[in-house]
Design a protein around this ligand. Structure first.
Ligand SMILES: Cc1cc2nc3c(=O)[nH]c(=O)nc-3n(C[C@H](O)[C@H](O)[C@H](O)COP(=O)(O)OP(=O)(O)OC[C@H]3O[C@@H](n4cnc5c(N)ncnc54)[C@H](O)[C@@H]3O)c2cc1C
Length: 395
Protein backbone atom coordinates (compact mmCIF):
# COMPACT_ATOMS: atom_id res chain seq x y z
CA UNK A 1 0.00 0.00 0.00
CA UNK A 2 1.11 3.58 -0.67
CA UNK A 3 0.01 6.09 1.93
CA UNK A 4 -1.09 9.65 1.04
CA UNK A 5 -2.57 12.47 3.07
CA UNK A 6 -5.62 12.48 0.79
CA UNK A 7 -7.09 10.46 -2.05
CA UNK A 8 -9.33 12.26 -4.53
CA UNK A 9 -11.82 10.33 -6.66
CA UNK A 10 -12.28 12.37 -9.86
CA UNK A 11 -9.66 14.54 -11.56
CA UNK A 12 -11.99 17.27 -12.92
CA UNK A 13 -11.79 20.91 -11.75
CA UNK A 14 -13.00 20.08 -8.21
CA UNK A 15 -10.51 17.26 -7.66
CA UNK A 16 -7.51 18.98 -9.22
CA UNK A 17 -8.19 22.24 -7.39
CA UNK A 18 -8.35 20.35 -4.09
CA UNK A 19 -5.09 18.55 -4.91
CA UNK A 20 -3.31 21.73 -6.01
CA UNK A 21 -4.19 23.55 -2.76
CA UNK A 22 -3.41 20.69 -0.39
CA UNK A 23 -0.10 19.97 -2.13
CA UNK A 24 0.89 23.65 -1.89
CA UNK A 25 0.38 23.22 1.85
CA UNK A 26 2.94 20.40 1.87
CA UNK A 27 0.67 17.34 1.68
CA UNK A 28 0.78 14.26 -0.57
CA UNK A 29 -2.30 13.68 -2.69
CA UNK A 30 -3.32 10.90 -5.10
CA UNK A 31 -6.02 11.53 -7.73
CA UNK A 32 -7.88 8.56 -9.19
CA UNK A 33 -9.94 8.95 -12.37
CA UNK A 34 -11.66 6.43 -14.61
CA UNK A 35 -10.67 8.38 -17.73
CA UNK A 36 -7.27 8.85 -19.33
CA UNK A 37 -6.48 12.56 -19.63
CA UNK A 38 -6.94 14.63 -21.71
CA UNK A 39 -10.54 13.47 -21.82
CA UNK A 40 -13.75 14.80 -23.34
CA UNK A 41 -16.08 16.43 -20.83
CA UNK A 42 -19.43 17.75 -22.06
CA UNK A 43 -19.23 21.49 -21.48
CA UNK A 44 -19.69 24.82 -23.30
CA UNK A 45 -16.37 25.86 -21.76
CA UNK A 46 -17.31 29.26 -20.41
CA UNK A 47 -15.42 30.48 -17.37
CA UNK A 48 -16.13 33.68 -15.47
CA UNK A 49 -13.75 36.20 -13.95
CA UNK A 50 -13.62 34.94 -10.32
CA UNK A 51 -12.08 31.66 -11.44
CA UNK A 52 -8.64 33.21 -11.93
CA UNK A 53 -8.42 34.15 -8.25
CA UNK A 54 -9.69 30.77 -7.16
CA UNK A 55 -7.06 29.02 -9.27
CA UNK A 56 -4.33 31.52 -8.35
CA UNK A 57 -3.61 32.04 -12.06
CA UNK A 58 -3.83 34.90 -14.54
CA UNK A 59 -5.28 34.45 -18.04
CA UNK A 60 -1.75 34.99 -19.43
CA UNK A 61 -0.48 32.02 -17.47
CA UNK A 62 -3.04 29.69 -19.01
CA UNK A 63 -1.18 27.98 -21.87
CA UNK A 64 -4.06 26.46 -23.87
CA UNK A 65 -6.90 27.88 -26.01
CA UNK A 66 -8.54 30.88 -24.37
CA UNK A 67 -11.22 33.02 -26.03
CA UNK A 68 -11.90 36.31 -24.22
CA UNK A 69 -15.20 37.96 -25.15
CA UNK A 70 -16.76 41.37 -24.46
CA UNK A 71 -20.27 41.06 -25.90
CA UNK A 72 -22.90 38.47 -25.06
CA UNK A 73 -25.62 38.08 -27.71
CA UNK A 74 -28.88 37.16 -25.98
CA UNK A 75 -32.12 36.27 -27.75
CA UNK A 76 -35.14 36.47 -25.43
CA UNK A 77 -38.86 36.58 -26.21
CA UNK A 78 -38.32 37.28 -29.88
CA UNK A 79 -35.85 40.12 -29.39
CA UNK A 80 -32.08 40.23 -29.85
CA UNK A 81 -29.86 41.99 -27.29
CA UNK A 82 -26.11 42.61 -27.48
CA UNK A 83 -24.96 42.99 -23.86
CA UNK A 84 -21.55 44.44 -23.04
CA UNK A 85 -19.86 42.37 -20.34
CA UNK A 86 -16.94 40.00 -20.40
CA UNK A 87 -15.69 36.50 -19.81
CA UNK A 88 -13.69 33.69 -21.38
CA UNK A 89 -14.17 30.40 -23.13
CA UNK A 90 -11.82 27.46 -22.91
CA UNK A 91 -11.96 23.90 -24.22
CA UNK A 92 -12.59 21.47 -21.38
CA UNK A 93 -10.45 18.90 -23.15
CA UNK A 94 -7.50 21.21 -22.50
CA UNK A 95 -8.43 22.95 -19.22
CA UNK A 96 -9.00 19.84 -17.12
CA UNK A 97 -5.83 18.22 -18.42
CA UNK A 98 -3.81 21.34 -17.62
CA UNK A 99 -5.29 21.68 -14.12
CA UNK A 100 -4.74 18.04 -13.26
CA UNK A 101 -1.19 17.81 -14.63
CA UNK A 102 -0.04 20.99 -12.87
CA UNK A 103 -1.68 20.08 -9.55
CA UNK A 104 1.33 18.06 -8.38
CA UNK A 105 -0.82 15.04 -7.51
CA UNK A 106 0.12 11.42 -8.09
CA UNK A 107 -2.26 10.68 -10.96
CA UNK A 108 -3.86 7.25 -11.36
CA UNK A 109 -6.09 7.16 -14.44
CA UNK A 110 -8.11 4.35 -15.99
CA UNK A 111 -9.50 3.31 -12.60
CA UNK A 112 -13.29 3.38 -12.26
CA UNK A 113 -13.98 3.44 -8.53
CA UNK A 114 -17.11 1.48 -7.70
CA UNK A 115 -17.10 1.63 -3.93
CA UNK A 116 -14.84 2.97 -1.23
CA UNK A 117 -13.64 1.06 1.78
CA UNK A 118 -12.02 1.81 5.10
CA UNK A 119 -9.52 -0.37 6.94
CA UNK A 120 -9.38 -0.98 10.69
CA UNK A 121 -6.87 1.87 11.17
CA UNK A 122 -9.32 4.41 9.69
CA UNK A 123 -7.60 4.64 6.29
CA UNK A 124 -9.71 4.92 3.14
CA UNK A 125 -8.39 2.46 0.58
CA UNK A 126 -8.65 2.37 -3.20
CA UNK A 127 -6.59 -0.47 -4.68
CA UNK A 128 -3.02 0.03 -3.42
CA UNK A 129 -3.67 3.63 -2.24
CA UNK A 130 -4.66 4.64 1.26
CA UNK A 131 -5.24 7.92 3.09
CA UNK A 132 -7.13 9.32 6.09
CA UNK A 133 -8.87 11.97 3.95
CA UNK A 134 -11.07 10.93 1.02
CA UNK A 135 -12.52 13.50 -1.40
CA UNK A 136 -15.42 12.66 -3.69
CA UNK A 137 -15.09 14.78 -6.83
CA UNK A 138 -16.35 12.38 -9.48
CA UNK A 139 -19.36 14.40 -10.63
CA UNK A 140 -23.07 13.58 -10.51
CA UNK A 141 -22.65 9.82 -9.99
CA UNK A 142 -19.66 10.03 -7.68
CA UNK A 143 -19.30 6.76 -5.72
CA UNK A 144 -18.13 8.70 -2.62
CA UNK A 145 -21.36 10.73 -2.66
CA UNK A 146 -23.24 7.54 -1.76
CA UNK A 147 -21.37 7.56 1.58
CA UNK A 148 -22.54 11.07 2.51
CA UNK A 149 -25.84 11.02 0.57
CA UNK A 150 -26.55 14.77 0.33
CA UNK A 151 -30.22 15.78 0.39
CA UNK A 152 -31.65 16.45 -3.08
CA UNK A 153 -34.60 18.83 -2.63
CA UNK A 154 -34.72 19.36 -6.41
CA UNK A 155 -34.01 17.12 -9.36
CA UNK A 156 -31.00 17.54 -11.67
CA UNK A 157 -30.98 19.68 -14.81
CA UNK A 158 -30.64 18.07 -18.24
CA UNK A 159 -28.03 19.26 -20.75
CA UNK A 160 -27.08 18.33 -24.34
CA UNK A 161 -24.01 19.55 -26.14
CA UNK A 162 -21.44 19.00 -28.85
CA UNK A 163 -18.07 20.64 -29.46
CA UNK A 164 -16.94 19.92 -33.00
CA UNK A 165 -13.95 20.89 -35.14
CA UNK A 166 -14.82 22.88 -38.28
CA UNK A 167 -12.93 24.91 -40.88
CA UNK A 168 -12.29 28.36 -39.38
CA UNK A 169 -13.67 30.05 -42.52
CA UNK A 170 -16.98 28.21 -42.15
CA UNK A 171 -17.29 29.31 -38.51
CA UNK A 172 -16.35 32.88 -39.36
CA UNK A 173 -19.02 33.06 -42.10
CA UNK A 174 -21.80 31.78 -39.83
CA UNK A 175 -21.05 33.35 -36.44
CA UNK A 176 -23.13 36.26 -35.14
CA UNK A 177 -20.37 38.29 -33.46
CA UNK A 178 -16.61 38.07 -33.10
CA UNK A 179 -14.68 34.89 -32.43
CA UNK A 180 -15.43 33.63 -28.91
CA UNK A 181 -18.58 35.74 -28.47
CA UNK A 182 -21.44 33.64 -27.09
CA UNK A 183 -24.90 33.63 -28.58
CA UNK A 184 -27.61 32.59 -26.11
CA UNK A 185 -31.25 31.72 -26.65
CA UNK A 186 -33.23 32.05 -23.40
CA UNK A 187 -36.50 30.16 -23.10
CA UNK A 188 -39.50 32.45 -22.56
CA UNK A 189 -40.20 30.88 -19.14
CA UNK A 190 -36.46 30.86 -18.26
CA UNK A 191 -36.59 27.12 -17.59
CA UNK A 192 -33.74 26.61 -20.02
CA UNK A 193 -31.40 28.14 -22.54
CA UNK A 194 -29.27 27.23 -25.52
CA UNK A 195 -25.86 28.45 -26.65
CA UNK A 196 -23.79 28.66 -29.80
CA UNK A 197 -20.14 29.54 -29.26
CA UNK A 198 -17.51 29.95 -32.00
CA UNK A 199 -13.98 29.07 -30.85
CA UNK A 200 -11.87 29.70 -33.99
CA UNK A 201 -11.77 26.17 -35.37
CA UNK A 202 -14.24 24.65 -32.93
CA UNK A 203 -17.95 25.21 -32.54
CA UNK A 204 -19.76 24.49 -29.30
CA UNK A 205 -23.55 24.18 -29.44
CA UNK A 206 -25.87 22.94 -26.73
CA UNK A 207 -28.82 23.55 -24.45
CA UNK A 208 -29.97 22.84 -20.91
CA UNK A 209 -33.35 22.64 -19.20
CA UNK A 210 -34.47 22.62 -15.58
CA UNK A 211 -36.39 19.41 -16.30
CA UNK A 212 -34.21 16.78 -18.06
CA UNK A 213 -37.40 15.49 -19.73
CA UNK A 214 -37.60 18.73 -21.72
CA UNK A 215 -34.04 18.77 -23.04
CA UNK A 216 -34.55 16.87 -26.30
CA UNK A 217 -37.39 19.12 -27.43
CA UNK A 218 -35.36 22.16 -26.36
CA UNK A 219 -32.44 20.96 -28.45
CA UNK A 220 -34.62 20.65 -31.58
CA UNK A 221 -35.95 24.16 -31.03
CA UNK A 222 -32.49 25.61 -30.40
CA UNK A 223 -31.05 23.98 -33.47
CA UNK A 224 -33.95 25.23 -35.62
CA UNK A 225 -33.47 28.73 -34.17
CA UNK A 226 -29.70 28.94 -34.87
CA UNK A 227 -30.24 27.35 -38.30
CA UNK A 228 -33.00 29.81 -39.24
CA UNK A 229 -30.63 32.67 -38.45
CA UNK A 230 -27.87 31.03 -40.55
CA UNK A 231 -25.58 30.75 -37.50
CA UNK A 232 -24.74 27.05 -37.90
CA UNK A 233 -22.26 26.20 -40.69
CA UNK A 234 -23.60 23.62 -43.16
CA UNK A 235 -20.65 21.37 -42.22
CA UNK A 236 -22.06 21.12 -38.67
CA UNK A 237 -25.38 19.59 -39.77
CA UNK A 238 -24.43 15.88 -39.67
CA UNK A 239 -22.34 16.01 -36.45
CA UNK A 240 -25.11 17.94 -34.66
CA UNK A 241 -27.37 14.91 -35.10
CA UNK A 242 -25.20 13.26 -32.46
CA UNK A 243 -25.23 15.52 -29.42
CA UNK A 244 -24.69 13.83 -26.07
CA UNK A 245 -26.56 14.43 -22.84
CA UNK A 246 -25.75 14.64 -19.16
CA UNK A 247 -27.46 15.79 -15.96
CA UNK A 248 -26.21 17.53 -12.83
CA UNK A 249 -27.48 19.29 -9.72
CA UNK A 250 -27.68 23.03 -9.31
CA UNK A 251 -26.78 24.67 -6.02
CA UNK A 252 -29.17 24.26 -3.10
CA UNK A 253 -28.19 25.30 0.45
CA UNK A 254 -29.36 21.93 1.81
CA UNK A 255 -26.63 20.18 -0.19
CA UNK A 256 -23.99 21.77 2.02
CA UNK A 257 -25.21 19.93 5.15
CA UNK A 258 -23.57 16.74 3.87
CA UNK A 259 -20.37 18.20 2.44
CA UNK A 260 -18.18 16.50 5.07
CA UNK A 261 -18.02 13.85 7.74
CA UNK A 262 -14.93 14.25 9.86
CA UNK A 263 -13.44 11.66 12.24
CA UNK A 264 -13.56 12.35 15.97
CA UNK A 265 -9.79 13.00 16.09
CA UNK A 266 -10.09 15.50 13.20
CA UNK A 267 -7.27 13.79 11.31
CA UNK A 268 -9.37 12.12 8.66
CA UNK A 269 -12.73 12.32 6.98
CA UNK A 270 -14.77 12.13 3.82
CA UNK A 271 -15.80 15.17 1.77
CA UNK A 272 -17.67 16.09 -1.42
CA UNK A 273 -16.74 18.86 -3.88
CA UNK A 274 -18.06 20.13 -7.21
CA UNK A 275 -20.87 18.30 -9.01
CA UNK A 276 -20.76 15.39 -6.58
CA UNK A 277 -22.15 17.80 -3.97
CA UNK A 278 -24.33 19.84 -6.39
CA UNK A 279 -23.02 23.39 -6.53
CA UNK A 280 -23.65 24.75 -10.03
CA UNK A 281 -25.05 28.27 -10.36
CA UNK A 282 -28.84 28.13 -9.81
CA UNK A 283 -29.66 30.11 -12.98
CA UNK A 284 -26.80 29.81 -15.47
CA UNK A 285 -25.70 26.30 -14.32
CA UNK A 286 -22.04 27.42 -14.37
CA UNK A 287 -20.25 24.58 -12.60
CA UNK A 288 -16.49 24.94 -13.14
CA UNK A 289 -16.16 27.92 -10.80
CA UNK A 290 -17.97 26.37 -7.81
CA UNK A 291 -16.16 23.08 -8.45
CA UNK A 292 -12.72 24.71 -8.21
CA UNK A 293 -13.84 26.87 -5.30
CA UNK A 294 -15.17 23.95 -3.27
CA UNK A 295 -12.02 21.90 -3.94
CA UNK A 296 -9.91 24.77 -2.70
CA UNK A 297 -12.04 25.48 0.39
CA UNK A 298 -12.01 21.82 1.38
CA UNK A 299 -8.21 21.69 1.16
CA UNK A 300 -7.87 24.95 3.10
CA UNK A 301 -10.07 23.59 5.88
CA UNK A 302 -7.87 20.47 6.15
CA UNK A 303 -4.65 22.53 6.07
CA UNK A 304 -6.02 24.74 8.85
CA UNK A 305 -6.41 21.61 11.00
CA UNK A 306 -10.15 22.25 11.03
CA UNK A 307 -11.58 19.90 8.38
CA UNK A 308 -15.01 20.10 10.01
CA UNK A 309 -15.21 23.78 9.04
CA UNK A 310 -15.47 22.91 5.32
CA UNK A 311 -19.31 23.16 5.08
CA UNK A 312 -19.24 26.45 7.02
CA UNK A 313 -16.53 27.80 4.69
CA UNK A 314 -18.72 26.92 1.70
CA UNK A 315 -21.73 28.59 3.30
CA UNK A 316 -19.81 31.75 4.20
CA UNK A 317 -18.10 32.24 0.86
CA UNK A 318 -19.43 35.35 -0.97
CA UNK A 319 -19.78 33.50 -4.31
CA UNK A 320 -21.95 30.73 -2.86
CA UNK A 321 -23.79 33.27 -0.70
CA UNK A 322 -24.77 34.98 -3.96
CA UNK A 323 -25.90 31.62 -5.37
CA UNK A 324 -28.23 31.29 -2.36
CA UNK A 325 -29.71 34.74 -3.16
CA UNK A 326 -30.10 33.94 -6.86
CA UNK A 327 -31.97 30.74 -5.96
CA UNK A 328 -34.30 32.66 -3.63
CA UNK A 329 -34.86 35.32 -6.29
CA UNK A 330 -35.53 32.70 -8.95
CA UNK A 331 -38.15 31.04 -6.74
CA UNK A 332 -39.75 34.38 -5.81
CA UNK A 333 -39.95 35.47 -9.46
CA UNK A 334 -41.45 32.22 -10.65
CA UNK A 335 -44.13 32.49 -7.93
CA UNK A 336 -44.80 36.07 -9.06
CA UNK A 337 -45.02 34.99 -12.70
CA UNK A 338 -47.51 32.24 -11.80
CA UNK A 339 -49.59 34.72 -9.80
CA UNK A 340 -49.74 37.36 -12.51
CA UNK A 341 -50.30 34.99 -15.46
CA UNK A 342 -53.59 35.63 -17.34
CA UNK A 343 -54.80 32.13 -16.41
CA UNK A 344 -54.89 33.25 -12.76
CA UNK A 345 -57.59 35.82 -13.47
CA UNK A 346 -55.37 38.90 -13.56
CA UNK A 347 -56.57 40.97 -16.52
CA UNK A 348 -53.75 42.25 -18.64
CA UNK A 349 -53.94 45.83 -19.61
CA UNK A 350 -53.26 45.86 -23.34
CA UNK A 351 -51.99 49.44 -23.37
CA UNK A 352 -48.55 49.75 -21.90
CA UNK A 353 -48.14 45.99 -21.41
CA UNK A 354 -46.00 45.69 -24.53
CA UNK A 355 -43.63 48.40 -23.32
CA UNK A 356 -43.36 46.89 -19.83
CA UNK A 357 -42.62 43.49 -21.37
CA UNK A 358 -39.92 44.97 -23.57
CA UNK A 359 -38.22 46.67 -20.60
CA UNK A 360 -38.53 43.52 -18.48
CA UNK A 361 -37.15 41.45 -21.38
CA UNK A 362 -34.11 43.71 -21.72
CA UNK A 363 -33.52 43.52 -17.96
CA UNK A 364 -33.70 39.71 -18.01
CA UNK A 365 -31.29 39.51 -20.98
CA UNK A 366 -28.81 41.89 -19.33
CA UNK A 367 -29.11 40.19 -15.92
CA UNK A 368 -28.47 36.80 -17.44
CA UNK A 369 -25.45 38.02 -19.42
CA UNK A 370 -23.98 39.67 -16.32
CA UNK A 371 -24.37 36.50 -14.30
CA UNK A 372 -22.83 34.64 -17.20
CA UNK A 373 -19.80 36.92 -16.86
CA UNK A 374 -19.52 36.18 -13.13
CA UNK A 375 -20.56 39.64 -11.88
CA UNK A 376 -21.42 39.74 -8.18
CA UNK A 377 -24.89 40.82 -7.06
CA UNK A 378 -24.90 44.51 -6.10
CA UNK A 379 -25.90 45.46 -2.52
CA UNK A 380 -26.41 41.91 -1.21
CA UNK A 381 -27.97 43.09 2.06
CA UNK A 382 -30.60 45.11 0.19
CA UNK A 383 -31.30 42.10 -2.02
CA UNK A 384 -31.80 39.99 1.13
CA UNK A 385 -34.22 42.55 2.56
CA UNK A 386 -36.19 42.74 -0.70
CA UNK A 387 -36.37 38.95 -0.93
CA UNK A 388 -37.55 38.66 2.68
CA UNK A 389 -40.23 41.27 2.00
CA UNK A 390 -41.39 39.35 -1.10
CA UNK A 391 -41.48 36.08 0.85
CA UNK A 392 -43.38 37.69 3.75
CA UNK A 393 -45.98 39.23 1.43
CA UNK A 394 -46.60 35.77 0.01
CA UNK A 395 -47.15 34.09 3.39
C1 LIG B 1 -23.29 20.01 -21.52
C2 LIG B 1 -22.72 20.75 -20.35
C3 LIG B 1 -22.26 22.03 -20.52
C4 LIG B 1 -21.67 22.72 -19.44
N1 LIG B 1 -21.15 23.95 -19.67
C5 LIG B 1 -20.52 24.59 -18.66
C6 LIG B 1 -19.84 25.81 -18.90
O1 LIG B 1 -19.79 26.28 -20.02
N2 LIG B 1 -19.22 26.44 -17.84
C7 LIG B 1 -19.26 25.89 -16.58
O2 LIG B 1 -18.71 26.52 -15.66
N3 LIG B 1 -19.87 24.73 -16.34
C8 LIG B 1 -20.48 24.05 -17.34
N4 LIG B 1 -21.04 22.83 -17.11
C9 LIG B 1 -20.98 22.26 -15.77
C10 LIG B 1 -19.57 21.74 -15.48
O3 LIG B 1 -19.11 20.96 -16.55
C11 LIG B 1 -19.54 20.91 -14.20
O4 LIG B 1 -20.24 21.57 -13.19
C12 LIG B 1 -18.09 20.67 -13.78
O5 LIG B 1 -17.47 19.82 -14.71
C13 LIG B 1 -18.00 20.06 -12.40
O6 LIG B 1 -16.65 19.71 -12.16
P1 LIG B 1 -16.29 18.45 -11.23
O7 LIG B 1 -14.83 18.48 -11.06
O8 LIG B 1 -17.17 18.44 -10.04
O9 LIG B 1 -16.73 17.17 -12.08
P2 LIG B 1 -16.25 16.66 -13.51
O10 LIG B 1 -15.67 17.73 -14.30
O11 LIG B 1 -17.42 15.91 -14.07
O12 LIG B 1 -15.09 15.64 -13.17
C14 LIG B 1 -15.39 14.40 -12.59
C15 LIG B 1 -14.28 13.44 -12.92
O13 LIG B 1 -14.55 12.22 -12.22
C16 LIG B 1 -14.29 11.13 -13.06
N5 LIG B 1 -15.12 10.01 -12.59
C17 LIG B 1 -16.46 9.89 -12.67
N6 LIG B 1 -16.85 8.76 -12.12
C18 LIG B 1 -15.74 8.14 -11.66
C19 LIG B 1 -15.52 6.92 -10.97
N7 LIG B 1 -16.50 6.10 -10.62
N8 LIG B 1 -14.24 6.59 -10.65
C20 LIG B 1 -13.20 7.40 -10.99
N9 LIG B 1 -13.38 8.56 -11.64
C21 LIG B 1 -14.63 8.93 -11.96
C22 LIG B 1 -14.63 11.60 -14.45
O14 LIG B 1 -13.92 10.87 -15.45
C23 LIG B 1 -14.21 13.07 -14.40
O15 LIG B 1 -12.90 13.25 -14.89
C24 LIG B 1 -21.63 22.12 -18.16
C25 LIG B 1 -22.12 20.83 -17.98
C26 LIG B 1 -22.65 20.14 -19.06
C27 LIG B 1 -23.16 18.74 -18.85
Amino acid sequence: METFDAIVVGGGPAGSSFARTLIKGGARVAVVDRAAFPRVKLCAGWISAPIWDVLGLTPREYPAGLWPWRTCHVHYRGRAHAIECNGWFIRRYELDDFLLRTSGAAIHTGIAVKQVERDDDGFWTIGPLRARHLIGAAGTHCPVARTLAPARPRGPVGVQELELPLPPAAIERARLGDDGEPELLLHDDLRGYAWNVPKSDWLNVGCGTVDPGEVRAAWSQARAHFDRLGHLPAEAAAPLDHVKGHSYYLFHPDHLDRAARVDADGKGGVYLAGDSLGLAHPLTAEGILPATLSGRLCAEAILAGDAASYPARLRAHPILDDYRRVLRARDALSRLRRKSSPGNGHARRARGAGRVERVAGSAVAAGFAWMFSGARLPAPRLVDLALSAMERSRS
